[in-house]
Design a binder for this molecule. Sequence first.
Ligand code: SF4
Ligand code: SF4
Ligand code: SF4
Length: 373
Amino acid sequence: MVSVRIGRGHYVLPSVHPKEVHVEITSDCNLNCEFCFRKSWSEVPGEMSLQLYSRILDQLEGMGAEFVWLGGWGEPTYHRNFLEILEMTSRRFRTGILTNGTMLDKYAREIVSYGVEKVVISVDSLDPNKYESIRVGSSLKELAHSIKTLREEKLKRRSAYPSIWFIKVLMKSNLEELPEEIGRASEMGAVGLILSNLIPTKEELADQVLYGRVPDPRVKRVLHMARGRAINSRIRLVEPEFEYRTDRFCPFVFRDQLAINRHGEVSPCLFALHSYVAWIDGRRKKVNKITFGNVAERPLNEIWWDRRYAEFRARVELLQFPSCNDCPFEEFCDMASSNELDCWGNSPSCAACPYYRRVVQCPRTDVMEMLMV
Ligand code: SF4
Ligand code: SF4
Ligand code: SF4
């Protein structure tokens, strides 16, 4: 039992283990997308070694983790030992892949035969020109072929798995096409569409966001139409928030998730898996990586129950962070220029995190499964 001091009280953390884990097996990718997070960092991309990955799986199993997402800030299918990794993972865990989808055809047979449960594909537009201008290095035709191969393999093996989901990052430039896309996504084999919002990683993209204190006025109308299309096409729609509301919810900490980057560093979330620069609420912010240890150096169990990490989780759960997003000083406050420190003394801070405000979303098995019932 771990109890941490918060303000004048003590908070006893429930003795839960990490249930859903995002592992970045590579931070490299075959594409060069317009808004990729990796464009605003200074790290050299690379792969996780099989030795480290195997160690992580052993420790996750020992802690009772249930679901492993192969994802993070790179393209998992681009890892040179992807098949080996897939086999190692799916033998021991329920498995999902978060992917750009372009190489699914190459691994379709194994993805189906190993029983991968969920494949979430980034598809930001079904307009060929737009898709290609966002997902630089791929084409919609190539993606459609790749998904078709996976579906054919499912049919051949009479398998319901993996369920195919699309994830779309909404921006001003691709909002209006959403209702139209829903029918097409269904024809392409998607059972659901996760909608998220943009975290701009360069200044030119800052005015593309649809969310904030006052969301883009078109959002309500477009979403209303999209919901209707989703019902007709039997597509499950997972919607983000667009307006900053008082309540906050961290999809990672509140659902006992964590993320591990390709170096083995353990982070509470995908948002702070690496250090980078983002334009949040129109202001340049340095997002520093949040990590509480490296699995290559310390057992995961020890890192998870490290006092600093436990206290951080408790603070997130108890909403012990100020909110920069709707603070009148956000534009001028020195502390709001990074997640290093906030005015309540938290370091690191979640005060300006767009996941916390639910405007940005990641795939979550609990939500996806609830919608499938
Ligand atoms: S597919 Fe993902 S990791 Fe690859 S360039 Fe695009 S956004 Fe970045
Ligand atoms: S750190 Fe505090 S004062 Fe500064 S912008 Fe955030 S909430 Fe406002
Ligand atoms: S609130 Fe944001 S920064 Fe904090 S743990 Fe959650 S996702 Fe990460």
